[in-house]
Every structure is written in structure tokens, then in C-alpha cells.
Ligand binder design. Structure first.
Ligand SMILES: *Cc1c(COP(=O)(O)O)cnc(C)c1O
Length: 388
């Protein structure tokens, strides 16, 4: 699709590319929406001569549209869609061989940590979890066989911000490749490839899909060789999204910027409320000047996102009561969609990290702020906090 002018970030802005990149009007009908192409096999005009598609696991037109669009939004040359964020993560981790070593942040997504520590490590791959904001800790983590550095920024659920350019430089100085999980920031707020990352990974289940109705994953890369390797894994393992899933994710991307702007607006108001409430002992939000990662966030992000975490001064039981005490904020795992969610990471999303370097404080609450009327959000949360 080299002739698709809408892929070009130098010519078209983010919002335009979200709607048009990789999505030419259907040549047969003029349809402005990419059709859901359900075919599992594609006619060949001669043996091995086809129009770019042979078999549905290997390639699919709807999936291709999603891959081109999201790669363009990340300003990457290549993109690959997967069945989930975890299968996208797995496709990258499969590059590692017995004896290899990997460095990851010490508050990585629980599922990423579980995959690395319980599934990848038994294959002979070692790992070190470090505070990636601490240059000395990172310097001490390198081994002769470190091949990969795994960064999330902002992190889940502590919203720590990692300086992508700095970690990319350190990784490359040690002949390691840098992966950035960009799920929380999305390409609207941050494009890690432009900051030196080798891979960008997404759970598109979150902001990219944006409506809590489709699970998906994505990897963006610039390097042709890495893209070819990933495509080989994508086809060889087969953890691919269905055409309908690809369509839903593509549909979600079109409104990503509009949703996220409103989500950031609402999150800023929620942060104000939390900061002024006696029941809250600490608010974790990269937009706050006193946040440890504020300077790095201001440097590499367009806005500060819509995830907000905070600690409840009265402790674990009060935090558990609060999580179950709201009505506009729904008590649920996941994040990034139009509806606001509340959860207790220690007992929910990060339960599998208990006793590990990634364990989170037990009085922590995480909010994913949605696009409801902000006054409803503030009233709901304020009431639940008052009741503690
Ligand atoms: C949800 C999530 C994942 C895993 O993605 P799935 O789509 O649930 O498989 C990975 N990283 C982060 C930061 C996430 O929030």
C-alpha cells in the first residue's frame, strides 16, 4: 500500500490518518468503511500468483487495514496485529533463546510479568526487574547476554514515567533492543519509535479499541528484518485477530483522539478532587508537578493520560470498601474505554504479582477515567470517599 498517501505522517495529521490511513475506499463499491473480509482463502490467478492474500491466518484485508493504520499512527514502518496484548507480547519474547537475559521495569503489567516469570523463564531465559527511573539500578542489571529491555510508560498501576530516549540509548549501548508497551499512553499521546524504541507493543483492548468490546494486541517496528521475523511468528503461531475484531479495533481508532482528549480533561478534574480529599493520602498522576516522572512525561507525552492511581490513608480494608462503593465508576478490571472503571490492583489485576518485585501497595486504588459527564464522576467518587 505504498501508494496510500494517508499513511504519511509528514503530510497528514494524527486525526486524519486515524480515519484514512490504510483504509482506501472499497474499489468495488466505493464504501468509505473497510469491509469485514471473512474469507479464509483467496483465489489465485496462477499457481502462487495472488493479490497479496492466500490464507486467512497469514493475511487478511481487514487486518491489513488495521495494521497499516496503527503503524502509521505510531509513525512506524511496519505493524502486526495479534489476538491479544499478551500474544503480541509473546511474539516479541519468542525472539529470546536459552541463556538470554531480559530487563523489565519493576512495576510491569501483571500479565506481562506472569508470562515472563512463569512461561518464558522456564525455557532458560533469565530476567531482572528494576526501577527503570534509577540509572544506577539499570546500570547494575546488564549482563553479557541481555538482549531486551521491556518498558511500560506510564506504568500500570503506579503511573511511573520512564524516559524512553534515555533507556533506548542505554539499551543500544549494550546491544539490547528496547520494547515499549504503549498501552497507557496510546500513539495519540506518545510515539516511542520516534524516541528510539525498537518495538512498540499494545493491548488494543484498552484505549485503541476503546469500547470494552474487543480484545486485541499490536506490535509496531521500523526495522524490516524484525518485521519479517514477527510476521513469521504471527503466521507460524497463529495468534491472529478475527476480521471482525480487526474491524472493531479500526473503528475504535477513528475516535481515539477525541475520546482521549475528553478522558484527559475528566482525569484532571478527578485528580483535583482527590488532592483535596482527606481520605486520600497520595495521588499518582504524571500531570502533577510533584509527580516523580512529571518532567519526563512533559517531555515525551502530549498530555498526561486518563489513568489515575491513589492511596487510601485508612489502609487496605478502606480501599476495598471504596472500590465497591461507587456507581458511575464500575468495579472492574481493564481500562481505557469510554466508561469509567475503579479497581483494587493488589486484589485484582496485580494479584499474581504478590510476593514478587512487582507487588503493589494494598491501599492502592486505580481509576480509568472515561467520558461520562464529569460532574457525575466527581459526585460519585466524592460520595464514596466521604463514606469511608
Ligand atoms: C491489558 C494490558 C496488557 C495485556 O493485553 P491483553 O489485551 O489483555 O492481552 C499488556 N500491557 C498492558 C499495559 C495492559 O494494560
Amino acid at each position: 500500500m505504498a501508494d496510500d498517501q494517508f499513511l504519511d505522517a509528514n503530510r497528514f495529521g494524527f486525526e486524519t490518518r486515524a480515519i484514512r490511513a490504510g483504509q482506501p475506499h472499497d474499489p468495488a463499491s466505493g464504501a468509505v468503511v473497510t469491509p469485514i473480509s471473512m474469507a479464509t482463502t483467496f483465489a489465485q490467478h496462477g499457481v502462487g500468483e495472488h493479490r497479496g492474500f492466500e490464507y486467512g491466518r497469514t493475511g487478511n484485508p481487514t487486518r491489513k487495514a488495521l495494521e497499516e493504520c496503527l503503524a502509521s499512527l505510531e509513525q512506524a514502518d511496519h505493524g502486526l496485529a495479534f489476538a491479544s496484548g499478551m500474544s503480541a507480547t509473546d511474539a516479541i519474547l519468542r525472539r529470546l533463546r536459552p541463556g538470554d537475559h531480559l530487563v523489565l521495569g519493576d512495576d510491569a503489567y501483571g500479565g506481562t510479568f506472569r508470562l515472563i516469570s512463569k512461561i518464558i523463564a522456564p525455557m532458560g531465559i533469565s530476567w531482572t526487574a528494576v526501577d527503570l527511573t534509577d540509572a544506577d539500578a539499570l546500570a547494575a542489571a546488564w549482563t553479557d547476554t541481555t538482549r531486551l529491555v521491556w518498558v511500560e510508560t506510564p506504568t500500570n498501576p503506579l503511573l511511573t514515567v520512564i524516559d524512553i530516549e534515555a533507556v533506548a540509548a542505554a539499551a543500544h549501548a549494550h546491544d539490547a533492543l528496547l520494547v515499549v508497551d504503549n498501552t497507557f499512553a496510546t500513539p495519540y499521546l506518545q510515539q516511542p519509535i520516534t524516541l528510539g524504541a525498537d518495538f512498540v507493543v499494545h493491548s488494543t483492548t484498552k484505549y485503541c479499541g476503546g469500547h470494552s468490546d474487543v480484545v486485541g494486541g499490536f506490535v509496531a517496528v521500523n526495522d524490516d528484518g524484525l518485521a519479517e521475523e514477527l510476521a513469521f511468528v504471527q503466521n507460524g503461531v497463529g495468534a491472529v485477530p478475527s476480521p471482525f475484531d480487526a474491524y472493531l479495533t479500526l473503528r475504535g481508532l477513528k475516535t481515539l483522539s477525541v475520546r482521549l482528549d475528553r478522558q484527559c480533561d475528566n482525569a484532571e478534574r478527578v485528580v483535583e478532587l482527590l488532592q483535596g480529599h482527606d481520605a486520600v493520602s497520595e495521588v499518582l498522576y504524571p500531570g502533577l508537578a510533584e509527580h516523580r516522572g512529571h518532567a519526563a512525561a512533559a517531555k515525551q507525552m502530549k498530555r498526561f493520560g486518563a489513568m489515575v492511581s491513589f492511596r487510601v490513608g485508612a489502609g487496605r480494608d478502606a480501599a476495598m470498601r471504596l472500590a465497591a462503593g461507587t456507581t458511575v465508576f464500575t468495579l472492574a478490571e481493564s481500562l481505557g474505554a469510554v466508561e469509567s472503571l475503579i479497581e483494587h490492583p493488589g486484589a485484582m489485576t496485580h494479584l499474581s504479582a504478590e510476593g514478587s518485585p512487582l507487588e503493589v501497595p494494598d491501599d492502592l486504588i486505580r481509576l480509568s477515567v472515561g467520558i461520562e459527564a464529569v460532574d457525575d464522576l466527581l459526585l460519585d467518587l466524592g460520595r464514596a470517599l466521604d463514606a469511608l
